[in-house]
Ligand binder design. Structure first.
Ligand code: MIG
Length: 839
């Protein structure tokens, strides 16, 4: 079946030819390489694979296909050239197995597999696949060309490619870490984890490899997760011929087709495959302050004091690489930090958690304990020739642990012991794990570096995209072992699909520009719908200085990003080196490149504070949304079109987003913007969060903007829990005496509060509180009911109830049968545990 084609296109025929019996024969024509194409070909056999729900398909060609079902909505297609070679998946969550049985049948032209949700057909002629909705028989996926594998004479396996057809109006979303427009259609993308300092709108290979995307067409939405750790490629109709091509440079082609038909069903089924993070400690959802770098100790103390004196809530302070001794991970620079334990404990007294950076590149240094023990345990990556992979990152010569090796992970996890258990560090930050290498243009390991791959063995080309993910796994598992009662907080840069199980993400080295503010929104939304709900950006931008206005707008966006962290490269620029000779210039530079929320002066300081305070006020809602993400897989943040995927206007206003079940945010992303057009989805009424003004859904509105504006809309029929009590950090939020409930009228509605200690695993033993609020509003009578579940004793004593959207006067109110007066402003103060309120 192997057809032979030449690569690159052959040069003009002739130079080295001669004639035999009048025929021209090429004898010495040579090319840089030649390639061969392989397909499944005409289907010969469809066999059940030993007792499982898997079918093995052989055709006339060498490509094999295995079809198995994870559920009625998720089917796995495994294409391989000959026998499969990839026998382990890092992407899948533990316990995911393809074990659903479905009906199989055949007719003259095709084989068919039918689950309750989808019908997959395989053409006997050439193995092309078509997928339909099993209920209405509408086509949701089809191929005009069959699956193809390319090998080359010199490289062997070179490409595994799935072509399929896009419908005219089909849009593509997801793919995790991409810039550019929300709809992926019309461009090509590659996944190859890259240290992309100061990336731009059209940078392609960013820090993460998340080979999962959505197709949204008239008939419904589906997703495809290509569980392949090699470099992967996605061509979403870049040629405008309706052809989509997805390919990988090696391995097997393990693709999961995930049917919706609703986008949020696809999102949650993808999470079912790849897992969720744990519930973060509540402090991790507070505001975080970072910079490269805060040191020495006195500077850190001063920073902490500034936060409290200037009245800015904050939960975490980060130490970047300069806390280390000569960039040796797991050590301290004792001149800068003579007593880390004391510093950390003093910070905690002022309600700050301390987070420190850990890189994977470890200094080659015979006097460095970590290096010595790693050598002893044989945990470092080696080249093809058996020597260690050595290269420069921060230290001039580093070695790197092979995190795909179980004992290397175990070794790595224990390295955190001193920092985590003895010195009281609360969280960690794993950087440079693409893995990044300095000095070489490739910016990473050469492909020949060998990895253990759980004993299977693989080269770096195969493991590159999971290196960062496995690093965070090793860290996460280590932290869990070291302090089993604490929820780990880990922030990471490079990762792969499923990496959400181990760490939160930030979007890397962005730039302080308005364009990057737009990207910040897109990237977080894209990551969020691609499995990573716990995301955020370097607020204000990592490179360069934001203006006060940009900083304010970025913080106002960051209010809704689960990770709300300001970070910047500070004065670590070439400019700083240049200025070294000039003390005045340098001092000015140091000053200018501070990025704490108060450095811009008024009116900005009040505006940045207001944004951070809003974040703390919304924590109960955000925490509840997070918990629901863990239960349902529905992302905390979703693009507006998740609210109504059939409405083209929701697709058009794709920078607007949903937070949790009831909130819609229209971020202000342009400089000097005085007004903006927003679109509110159909079928609901919406309320301005700030004024309570009611808007009919299904319309566009022009909003007037002030520098303070954070346009938020709540949908009618919802209840929003928040804590209005001013606080310094989440420990105060957890001690608040009053919960505020804002009720947005509709004929009926509901809302929820999930609350717990904010730390630890008591919630697994019902040490939580789930308060469900539901209401009906008929004939001017409002009845609200509350049911509380769980054993957690929250600090709340009362509820401040605000009712939004009432047109008539309410009747006298009662709570649990007793009459109660409204306050002057129309709000009610109810006992926290009330069961029924009427008015
Ligand atoms: O090459 O640790 O993205 O957040 O401040 C720069 C210093 C290394 C890159 C990270 C950035 C961090 C910086 N790191």
């Amino acid at each position: 079946m192997a057809r032979r084609k030449k690569l690159p296109p052959p040069p003009p025929y002739a130079p080295d030819s001669h004639t035999v019996n009048d025929e021209i024969v090429a004898t010495t024509t040579r090319y840089d390489d030649v390639y061969y194409l392989h397909e499944l070909g005409r289907v010969k056999t469809v066999k059940k694979a030993k007792g499982q729900s898997e079918h093995l398909i052989h055709g006339e060609g060498e490509v094999q296909l295995r079809i198995s079902w994870v559920s009625d909505h998720i089917v796995k297609l495994k294409f391989s050239l000959g026998e499969p070679t990839v026998l382990h998946s890092y992407g899948l969550a533990e316990g995911v197995a393809a074990s659903t049985k479905v009906d199989v049948s055949e007719d003259k032209r095709s084989w068919h597999w039918q689950s309750k949700a989808i019908k997959l057909s395989l053409a006997k002629k050439d193995g092309r696949i078509t997928i339909r909705d099993a209920v209405n028989n509408k086509r949701i996926f089809s191929q005009s060309d069959p699956f193809q594998v390319r090998t080359t004479l010199l490289k062997g396996l070179d490409q595994l490619r799935m072509p399929f057809d896009a419908q005219d109006q089909e849009s593509f979303y997801g793919l995790g870490d991409k810039t550019g427009d929300t709809d992926l259609r019309g461009r090509t993308y590659q996944n190859w984890c890259t240290d992309s300092f100061a990336y731009g709108n059209h940078s392609d290979e960013l820090y993460r490899a998340i080979p999962f995307f959505y197709g949204l067409r008239k008939e419904g939405a589906y997703g495809i997760f290509l569980d392949n750790t090699h470099r992967t490629h996605f061509d979403f109709d870049s040629q405008k011929d309706g052809q989509i091509n997805v390919w990988a440079d090696g391995g097997d082609f393990d693709a999961y087709f995930i049917y919706g038909p609703q986008l949020d069903q696809v999102a949650s089924r993808y999470i079912q495959l790849t897992g969720t993070p744990e519930l973060p400690p509540l402090w991790a959802l507070g505001y975080h302050q970072c910079r490269w770098s805060y040191y020495p100790e006195s500077r850190v103390r001063e920073l902490a004091q500034d936060f409290r004196e200037k009245n800015f809530p904050c939960d975490a302070i980060y130490l970047d690489i300069d806390y280390m001794d000569g960039y040796r991970c797991f050590t301290w620079n004792e001149a800068y930090f003579p007593d880390p334990k004391r510093l950390v404990s003093d910070l905690r007294k002022s309600k700050f958690e301390t987070v420190v950076m850990i890189d994977p590149g470890l200094r080659v240094d015979e006097d460095y304990e970590v290096y010595k023990s790693g050598i002893k345990q044989d945990v470092f990556c080696r080249r093809k020739d058996g020597r260690h992979m050595v290269g420069p990152v921060w230290p001039p010569a580093c070695v790197w642990p092979d995190y795909t090796k179980p004992n290397a992970r175990a070794w790595w996890g224990q390295l955190y012991k001193k920092l985590y258990k003895q010195q009281g560090i609360s969280g960690f930050w794993n950087d440079m794990n693409e893995p990044a290498v300095f000095k070489v243009n490739s910016m990473t390991f050469p492909g020949d570096v060998r990895h253990d791959f759980e004993g299977h063995g693989a080269d770096h080309n195969a493991m590159h995209n999971v290196y960062g993910m496995q690093m965070t796994r090793a860290t996460y598992e280590g932290l869990k072992q070291l302090k089993p009662k604490k929820r780990p907080f880990l922030l990471c840069r490079a990762t792969y699909s499923g990496g959400q199980r181990y760490a939160a993400l930030w979007t890397g080295d962005n730039i302080a520009s308005w364009e990057h503010l737009v990207l910040a929104n897109r990237q977080c939304l894209r990551l969020s719908i691609s499995g990573f709900s716990f995301v955020g950006t370097d607020i204000g931008g990592f490179v360069d200085d934001p203006t006060g206005e940009l900083m304010v707008r970025w913080l106002q966006l960051g209010v809704f990003h689960p990770l709300m962290r300001v970070h910047s490269m500070g004065n670590n620029t070439d400019g700083a080196a240049e200025a070294e000779a000039d003390a005045v210039k340098q001092a000015e530079m140091m000053h200018r490149q501070n990025q704490e929320p108060w450095v811009y002066g008024e009116p900005y300081t009040s505006q940045t504070r207001a944004a951070i305070e809003l974040r703390y006020r919304l924590l109960p809602y955000l925490y509840t949304a997070f918990r629901n993400h863990l239960l349902t897989g529905i992302p905390v943040l979703r693009n507006l079109f998740f609210a109504d995927q059939k409405d083209p206007l929701c697709r058009k206003f794709d920078d607007q987003f949903l937070v949790g079940d009831h909130m819609l945010v229209c971020p202000v992303l342009k400089q000097g913007q005085k007004s903006m057009q927003v679109y509110l989805p159909k079928g609901k009424v919406w309320y301005d969060y700030w004024t309570g003004k009611k808007y009919a859904g299904g319309h566009k509105y022009r909003l007037k903007l002030s520098p303070n504006s954070i346009p938020i809309f709540m949908c009618g029929g919802s209840v929003l829990p928040q804590v209005d009590t001013p606080c310094q950090a989440t420990v105060d939020t957890l001690a608040a005496k009053q919960l505020s409930l804002r009720l947005y009228l509709g004929e009926a509605g509901s809302g929820q509060l999930y609350w717990d200690k904010g730390e630890g695993y008591g919630y697994e033993q019902e040490e939580y509180l789930v308060a469900d609020y539901s209401f009906t509003y008929e004939k001017s009578r409002l009845t609200i009911q509350q049911t509380q579940k769980g054993k957690y004793q929250a600090s709340f004593k009362t509820i401040l109830l605000t009712i939004q959207g009432a047109e008539d006067q309410f009747e006298p109110a009662t709570v649990d049968g007793k009459s109660i007066e409204a306050q002057e402003d129309g709000t009610y103060v109810l006992p926290f545990g009330f069961k029924e309120f009427r008015c």
